[in-house]
Design a protein around this ligand. Sequence first.
Ligand code: FAD
Length: 531
Amino acid sequence: MAETYRISSSFMVKFITSRSLSTVGKSKTPTRSLTAKLTNKLLTDPESITMASTDFGNIVQEIPLGILQPSCCEEIVDLVRAAYSDDNSSVLFPIAARGRGHSVRGQALARGGVVVDMTSLASKQGGTGGGAAIAVSWSALLGHYADVGGGQIWRDLLEETLGHGLAPVSWTDYLYLTVGGTLSNGGISGQTFRYGPQISNVHEMDVITGTEELMTCSPNENPELFYSVLGGLGQFGIITRARIALDRAPKRVKWVRMLYSDFSAFTRDQEHLISKNGRDQDNALDYVEGLLLMHQGPPDSWRSSFFPESDHLQIASLMDRHKIIYCLEVVKYYDDLTQNTVNKDLENLFQGLSHIPEFTFQKDVAYVDFLDRVREGELKLQVKDRWDVPHPWLNLFVPKSRISDFNDGVFKSIVLKRNITTGTVLIYPMNRNKWDDRMSVVVPDEDVFYFVGFLHSSGFDDWQEFDLQNKELLQFCEDAGIEVKQYLPHFGSEREWMRHFGSKWRLFQERKDQFDPKMVFAPGQKIFDSN
Ligand code: FAD
């Protein structure tokens, strides 16, 4: 189990400074087999160690031996080679690729190991602070695509592709995440119902495996590695390049929120809207999400301010009356060609919806501002020192057939009773046929399932209270037989991981044996005992 502490980063700097750095992670004397060149490259100063010892969650802390900021892929291959004993029989130190460390339970940490700062490789390949290493191309087979480093940030990819009038089609709500980091999980947002998760929009990758090879993989070349790595929680190798599908970029978006007091009307409408999901279908939305509005938090959250100030009182009184309000959030893209028809299209799409008519809010914003909507909230929280705080998040996929039971037992019972929700709670459905079962990621076995995300922020002293709520609602699901699957999963034992993967567990193990037989990668996921 990961050790958990409740101490701030500044404390950690002092803590590490007060220890002899030579003793950090010394138990396995890993530097023995590091070449002098690599040893010199490892950062071991207290600030670097502190940065790599924790993540966005601010709950788990694992102190690494050092941090590698590679300038080329070969340095990562050298590092993997150095991680094995001379007779290749054992692992001397584990290795964790780190994107932006935006995991919340230590998934990108490596106790006594080496953390590979993938954003540094990306900046040397181009991207933030570097030149243009994101290559945009076209082929008759694939159409438009971008080759992009695993450590590149999606925001940079957006910027670069927009210069060509193009953009990826599948997003996360927040763009300051790395390509390798989200492809290791799934990469979901309101576009997923129509375009699939980000892992369904990759043509090819370069991956450094635990067998010390840099391999190119795609559905046709080394397919087993390709499907293992997508949603593979960093277990099979380090993604150094991904080929991402692109499409024509829209210019602007119509962005609409509607309020509901009735949960079944809310989910019925969401499910109706995501049933129109053909990629080339004109009468389909481009984004469908939803969120809960409760008195424990203001109507606008860090994810995006949306409601006009003048309407806050009215919304608050609606929340007073109903305790929980469900907010549908949808978007339709448009450009010069469709600007005259987009309103009519929306009108048609909204026909028959059962929201409270006087609570409909609409915005018209640039495409890039919509995609980058969370950044504004982040910057505001940073100024108030409320971004770098513990985040005891819980993210779940819930089968459609039990979403009403989930509403009754979790939202209306546990969450209201505990009265502690200050963060955003997201709820939106997606279509299973947009996910590929050959990939490592696990989702419920129903045609439609919901994403429910409890995105809590807490103080350094009270994150356990949120964790108790998380545990209580997981226990409720267990007792009620609601077969939820965790997204960005976190478990404390192999038995729980086996349950999570279900029928995929054996395959996951076989793939681990094939691509990382000595279990060198991503120890922070705590999947295998030897991690
Ligand atoms: P890290 O946290 O650094 O790494 C995650 C895991 O992947 C680790 O195990 C790491 O070892 C491994 N890894 C990292 N890079 C590589 C690589 N190149 N090759 C192989 N393995 C690698 N997720 C969504 O799907 N949708 C959202 O809308 C969304 N919104 C978010 C908003 C915020 C504010 C935050 C903090 C997170 C959000 N996430 C969302 C979660 C996000 O997808 C995960 O945190 C994910 O891990 C990406 O973060 P990262 O790039 O910092 O990866």
